[in-house]
Design a protein around this ligand. Structure first.
Ligand SMILES: [Zn+2]
Length: 173
């Protein structure tokens, strides 16, 4: 087990565009994959949420993400090949600012190519929750955070206040 500390909002590593992985099977890449898997499962068991993590969140500036939701495993050098025209809105959250929720708009479906842990090229069609998860994690390796995608600055709220905020919305309608 190698659980790593989660880098938090304000740490410059979260704003750095990550390098491409040259050799997917190298020992350092395999170690990063293990660290991502262990850190994700530790976070989820402590906080009760978490379906994906990106390498910069454990301080590694390489293009590696790890998801455990519908698809389970690392995606190395992931690239979005196609995006649906259709979009949907959701409250997004992130390990790197766990007390905040951000209202964002994401593509309903995307097609992603990547290398798996063995360095084999894979293609994945993702829809709905997996699609938005992958868009969130792939943003991370470009130094982009969900906060940058907020529909407006008013759509960044504390997790604890969601119930009240939504209630307010209903009254206004
Ligand atoms: Zn995140």
């Amino acid at each position: 087990m190698s659980i790593q500390p989660i880098r938090l909002l304000g740490d410059p590593v979260l704003r750095t565009k990550c390098r491409s992985v040259k050799v997917a099977g190298s020992p350092t890449v395999q170690q990063t994959i293990e660290d991502l898997r262990d850190t994700l499962s530790d976070f989820r068991s402590r906080k009760g949420f978490g379906r994906g993590i990106a390498a910069p969140q454990i301080g590694v500036s390489e293009r590696i993400i790890f998801v455990d939701f519908e698809y389970s495993g690392p995606l190395i050098n992931p690239k979005i090949l196609a995006r649906s025209k259709g979009m949907f809105e959701l409250w997004d959250d992130c390990f790197s600012f766990p007390d905040l929720l951000v209202r964002v708009r994401r593509h309903t479906g995307i097609e992603v190519v990547f290398l798996d842990a063995e360095g084999k090229r894979q293609r994945l069609q993702a829809r709905g929750a997996l699609s938005e998860l992958l868009q969130h994690e792939i943003d991370h390796i470009d130094g982009i955070l969900a906060l940058d995608r907020a529909i407006s600055p008013r759509h960044i709220i504390l997790r604890s206040e969601l119930g009240r905020f939504e209630g307010l919305h209903r009254k206004e309608r």
